[in-house]
Design a binder for this molecule. Structure first.
Ligand code: NAD
Length: 477
């Protein structure tokens, strides 16, 4: 199948699995082992820490032009190799090849955004009370950062953290997901080829708990960035707080969608259904709770089901597939449980609801109707290809319902009324609100959540806030 074995990348060296613990990497289409991944020992972790610390001493002093040039070269190489990298992402993660390739090319934009923006990391001069005093505010890189990136967008979620850290003048150690490691390995290869000095980026693999317990407490680590589930995020943030280390936490969501009576129904269905089944719904900003106003509930539900029926499920390498398998067998069990619980509690199963065949992690595009708040679906993030439909009467009521959960990441609304749009935009408790389209996650826009969905933004001009510290300098002349 020609999938690479996955080495560690420490201090500019690729270190293979010889004399190290090994983890197998599986293809979610058929559960076949496609490659071997090297797991870091404690000595490897120490090597990564020392190398990052050493590299920081010189990297923090580099000109933004140097950092910018390396990021641009990375972007160029990523575009050139997107087809090959995308193929490996499809093999270990399962998403359709066109989505995997797009993930890589979009990341070239993220690298370029940071290449541009790092030239504008400004401080400021504060007018002094005494004319002989000069008061400056400068922003300095934090130091060695530790990042944990997830399996659902293995290239994208890692490059957002890496670009921000290295553009800011930090060094970074990344632990990618062992389920889908080819993407972070490819990132290491591209930066290596782009001439990133040794130790500025180190990549490690292995047992998550062992690595987080050992690394977070290290005095070398100055910042933790994590994308993943809320329970793991809370655990890592509490560990980091013991050592007073700042965090960026990009955690789970359960995005509400409010479709008002006055919405353009066909446009809403087209936007929402295509977006929902992207990456088989394993997306933290995936629309999940579809609140539909009573006057259009029946028509909207029927149209959603019709459109969802067109989603073709199959192997991601087949160009005809719109949706691949789920990334792991545990996600299939989670979907089965959610559907069974909803149906037992009186919800209508309008489409799908079943595992497809015993081979691979395939699950049907699923639509549930008339969901009640006591179902698992309405409380836990589904993180899979399931739409839940709920009727609502007034905007006031639906805002209460949408805000009922502790999550606050993405949210969506469809309406042609600017009054509704205004009320909904300001009424939703979410880090991001998208009205009448799916407009999130661009390089130049901030991406992040509130409440249990985490804190800190990635992307936009906010991107550097998590990687810089503010220093005030006052001088009497
Ligand atoms: P999980 O809670 O077991 O793990 C979530 C992620 O955290 C994985 O990438 C895992 O490798 C990592 N992780 C686990 N323990 C860790 C530790 N001690 N230190 C560092 N990293 C650790 O859940 P899962 O089954 O892998 O994924 C399903 C859930 O994860 C979903 O319900 C979803 O909420 C969440 N998730 C969210 C995102 C996102 O983009 N926000 C991405 C992936 C997964």
């Amino acid at each position: 199948m020609n999938y690479p074995n996955i080495p560690l990348y420490i201090n500019g060296e690729f270190l293979d699995h010889t004399n190290r613990d090994v983890k197998e990497v599986f293809n979610p289409v058929n559960h076949e082992c496609i490659g071997l991944m090297a797991c870091a020992s404690q000595a490897d972790l120490d090597y990564a820490l020392e190398s990052s610390q050493q590299a920081f001493l010189s990297w923090k002093k580099t000109s933004p032009l140097t950092r910018s040039e390396i990021l641009r070269t990375f972007a160029k190489l990523a575009r050139e190799k997107a087809a090959e990298i995308g193929r490996n992402i499809t093999l270990d993660q399962g998403k359709p090849l066109k989505e995997a390739i797009a993930e890589v090319t979009v990341c070239a934009e993220h690298a370029e955004w940071h290449a541009e923006e790092c030239r504008r990391i400004y401080g400021r001069v504060i007018p002094p009370r005494n004319p002989n005093v000069q008061q400056l505010v400068v922003r300095e890189p934090l130091g060695v950062c530790l990042a944990f990136s997830p399996w659902n967008f293995p290239f994208n979620q890692a490059i957002r953290k890496i670009s921000a850290a290295i553009a800011a003048g930090c060094t970074i150690i990344v632990k990618g997901s062992g389920d889908t490691p080819s993407a972070v390995y490819a990132i290491a290869q591209l930066f290596h080829e782009a001439g990133l000095p040794k130790g500025v980026l180190n990549v490690i693999w292995g047992d998550s708990n062992f690595i987080s317990d050992y690394m977070i407490k290290s005095p070398i680590i100055q910042k933790i960035s994590f994308t993943g589930s809320t329970p793991v995020g809370k655990k890592l943030a509490s560990q980091a707080s013991l050592y007073m280390k700042p965090c960026t936490m990009e955690l789970g969501g359960h995005a509400p969608v409010i479709v008002c009576d006055d919405a353009d129904i066909d446009a809403a269905v087209e936007h929402l259904v295509g977006y929902k089944f992207r990456n088989a719904g394993q997306v933290c900003v995936s629309p999940t709770r579809f609140y539909v106003q009573e006057g259009i509930y029946k028509e909207f539900s029927e149209k959603v089901v019709l459109r969802a029926k067109q989603i073709k499920v199959g192997c991601g390498l087949d160009p005809a597939s719109d949706m691949g398998p789920l990334a792991q067998a545990r996600r299939v069990h989670a979907m089965q449980q959610i559907v069974e619980d909803a149906v037992n509690k009186g919800s209508k199963l309008l489409l799908g609801g079943n595992k497809i065949s015993d081979k691979g992690n395939f699950f049907e595009p699923t639509v549930l109707g008339d969901l009640c708040n006591d179902t698992q679906f309405m409380n836990d993030e589904p993180f899979g290809p399931v739409i839940g439909l709920i009727p609502f009467d007034t905007i006031e009521h639906v805002l209460e319902e949408a805000n009922r959960l502790p999550f606050g990441l993405a949210s969506y609304a469809f309406t042609t009324s600017s009054k509704n749009a205004h009320q909904i935009s300001y009424g939703l408790e979410a880090g991001m609100v998208s009205i009448n389209h799916m407009g999130l996650a661009l390089a130049e826009t901030p991406f992040g959540g509130i409440k249990d969905s985490g804190f800190g933004s990635e992307g936009g001009i906010e991107t550097f806030d998590g990687y810089l510290r503010t220093k005030f300098i006052t001088q009497l002349n």
